[in-house]
Design a protein. Sequence first.
Lengths: 87, 328
Amino acid sequence: MIALGEVTELIQRKLRNRLPDGLELNGDTRLDQLGLSSLQISDIVFTIEDRHGFEFDPARAAGIQTVGDILALANEMLADAAKTTLG
Amino acid sequence: MNGNEHRLFILVASLAPLAGVAIAMAALWNNGVGLSDVIVLVVMYTIGALGVSVGFHRLLAHRSFKTYQGVSDALAVAGTIAAQGPPIIWASHHRRHHRVADKDGDPHSPYFNGEVGKLGILKGLWHSHLGWLLDKNLTSDPMRYCPDLLRDKHLRWISRHFIAVVVAGLLLPAALGFALTGEPAAALTGFLWGGLVRVFLLNHVTYAVNSIGHVYGRRRFSTPDESRNVAWLAIPSFGEAWHNNHHAFPKSATHGMRWYEPDLSALFIETLRRSRLAWDVIRIPSERQAAREAGLARAGGGRFAPSAPVPPLAERKGPDSAGVADVE
């Protein structure tokens, strides 16, 4: 399982700890509010893939909108990967 | 980089080379130009042009041949020094361009605002040349267009360190100038000619393929867009100016399709293949070219012709979604 903290830590690092004014970083935070480029956001998503050794379904990864979406999709993919390995 | 920073980068990356060209012209008038400057300019231009044409365009955006990771990395770095954007973003814009060329959603069509007349054409040419890059809201989502490239860790690294690579590409000609002559002044003129002047020349040649290459030139294939073959741009663009051929067969590693259509990038890819550094090079047999030419002529082309664009890579079902860009 991936925890929210891992995703927010990756985001914080990209933002160099400069969160836009009045924005709170949690599961509901929309990625387009962070002031990150599309390249930076995709870099975060695909770094998680590398770290945990699974592959996102590209169609669903492209539909990610919030921090929580990344987390939910990653954990779903991880669970699927574990099932395939066990099965 | 957010929208404002992006625009600032494009402004600096356009105006600094322009200023460099002005200084270089003044220097040329007063003292002439050293042999080392000419060498540095040709070498750096060739590296950048091969990087953009063979690397960014034919290898990364269209997957027109396969190669080793090391060769791919080298080509991606070579393209990055051209200061036209990180490889993953360059390829995202380009795949989107092919999907809806000269129709709604094309990031750089000269027909973007539907205006006609001389002024309309001029506005369109400016937009497709450089204007589109100054749009604060410009974005082609790499997650939709380039999931295959995002899976390449090295490409992500190069894309992330875009600015550092561009700066290194400006310092390299200075080092080269110094190495060739042993004189500190040659480092400065090397930076000028091999750095700033080279960026200026190559960028405007690349951008001209997007602007002129969709307005003025010959059309062999009646593609459902306005792409043109621009013969006089063929040599400086390393073959990219056979742009109508390219829109007819986007995946082809060869853009020049006749013996009289010079294509230096295709020559380079062929050399890689013969050296066993490239394989699965996609070429289009002449019968297929003739069949496409006749078929498109029957269907009728141009920007108002209907087309059924393939969905972005991430949204495709079936084997394509595994990460191979076929028509793009």
